[in-house]
Design a protein around this ligand. Structure first.
Ligand SMILES: Nc1ncnc2c1ncn2[C@@H]1O[C@H](COP(=O)(O)OP(=O)(O)OP(=O)(O)O)[C@@H](O)[C@H]1O
Length: 365
């Protein structure tokens, strides 16, 4: 656990960047520092590995005061990942990643093995190792940055805006992979971002800072959405927080059994639609949903991909109410498709999800 106790940083020109900050970042979890530009996020992060020395207060890692350790020794146990990855441009990916285990005293061979292992772990196997950073996409460079930090087997990782330099689609998938990796490896992470959605998605605990480096709220993300401490936090968290809070609520919602049509099977005529409902779900040979067909507009013959209407998101059985509601709202038929291990489990309607929300009375924005 990392504990900041009444930590203040006053720069030489008198700027108070962080003001009496107290918080605990639990072991094996992601703690996010979030807030507007200039609120002291980076300063707080860098005080943990003593790239910046606090003016007053203490920082403890697993009970040990970091001020009592030589800074170089402290940093060897702490991985550090920054925006744009901060790779050495004239060294290959492999050489970049090997620097950290080499600094920790591993032999060349052991450092190389470890580097290859972590590159694999972040999804950059084999050939990437020989490339130079300029031969990689922004997202791949960020992965190398994460691999380099992991290669030192750190107890703690500090990450400063690690995903903000990549485009939104790549960012989403990097975040997902990173969340999985963190859980798998049980890493203790402090992550800085100005993006509240990223904070809510990745953080087990989220510290919202206000300009002047004061802590506005320190909570689990669902609590932050449901009970913002004041107007500043409510504003910062955003207007659709009630809807976003549904991400944290999983409730049993009864599923309807759908009789799907198999891709390639003959389309039933319009008259055979169930009641007045013109929509039928199409699955492949293994029950993976493929899309919807609108019976009245089918021309007969086998149902092909060209007949499909896509556009609905899939929800996992047992997933959050937000994913179920989104599946229902985004489906052309009004029925959200629910899957279990990728196979059709049933469908759900938006009004049914909403009644569950009303019945359970959660969340309370
Ligand atoms: N070396 C320095 N000397 C004086 N003031 C500084 C110094 N470094 C940072 N500051 C000031 O301290 C405050 C906090 O800066 P910091 O970089 O920690 O904020 P931040 O929340 O990370 O900002 P951003 O999101 O814009 O990166 C700012 O007002 C900044 O101008």
């Amino acid at each position: 656990m990392i504990r900041l106790e009444g930590v203040t940083k006053r720069y030489a020109d008198g700027t108070v960047a962080v003001d009496d900050l107290t918080l605990e970042a639990p072991t094996g979890k992601i703690t996010v520092l979030v807030g507007p530009s200039g609120c002291g996020k980076t300063t707080s992060l860098r005080m943990i590995n003593r790239m910046i020395e606090p003016t007053s207060g203490r920082i403890l890692i697993d009970g040990d005061d970091t001020a009592d350790l030589p800074a170089a020794q402290l940093r060897r146990g702490i991985g550090y990942v920054i925006q744009h990855a901060g790779l050495f441009p004239h060294r290959t990916v492999l050489s970049n990643v090997m620097t950290v285990p080499r600094l920790r005293g591993r032999s060349r061979a052991a450092a190389r093995d470890r580097a290859m292992e972590v590159l694999e772990l972040v999804g950059l196997p084999g050939d990437y190792a020989r490339r130079y950073p300029s031969q990689l996409s922004g997202g791949q460079q960020q992965r190398v940055g994460v691999a380099r930090a992991l290669a030192g087997d750190p107890d703690v990782m500090l990450m400063d805006e690690p995903f903000s330099a990549v485009d939104p689609v790549v960012r989403e998938s990097l975040q997902d992979e990173f969340a999985r990796l963190q859980q798998e490896l049980g890493l203790t992470i402090v992550l800085v971002t100005h993006d509240i959605d990223e904070a809510i998605k990745l953080g087990h605990r989220v510290a919202v800072l206000r300009v002047g480096g004061r802590l506005a709220q320190f909570s689990a993300p669902d609590e932050l959405l449901a009970h913002p401490a004041d107007d500043f936090v409510a504003d910062f968290v955003g207007r659709d927080r009630g809807y976003r809070a549904l991400s944290f609520v999983s409730e049993e919602v009864p599923l309807h059994h759908e009789e799907p049509i198999r891709l390639g099977a003959d389309a039933p005529g319009p008259g055979t639609a169930d009641g007045a409902d013109p929509w039928r779900l199409v699955v492949d040979g293994e029950d993976h949903p493929q899309g919807w067909v609108h019976l009245p507009t089918l021309e007969g013959g086998p149902v092909g991909r060209a007949d499909l209407q896509l556009g609905g998101t899939l929800a996992d059985r047992g997933g959050s109410l937000r994913t179920l509601l989104d599946a229902a709202l985004s489906s052309p038929s009004g029925r959200g498709v629910v899957v279990h291990e990728g196979r059709l489990a049933g469908t759900v309607r938006a009004d049914e999800v909403v009644s569950v929300i009303q019945r359970t009375g959660r969340p309370t924005p």
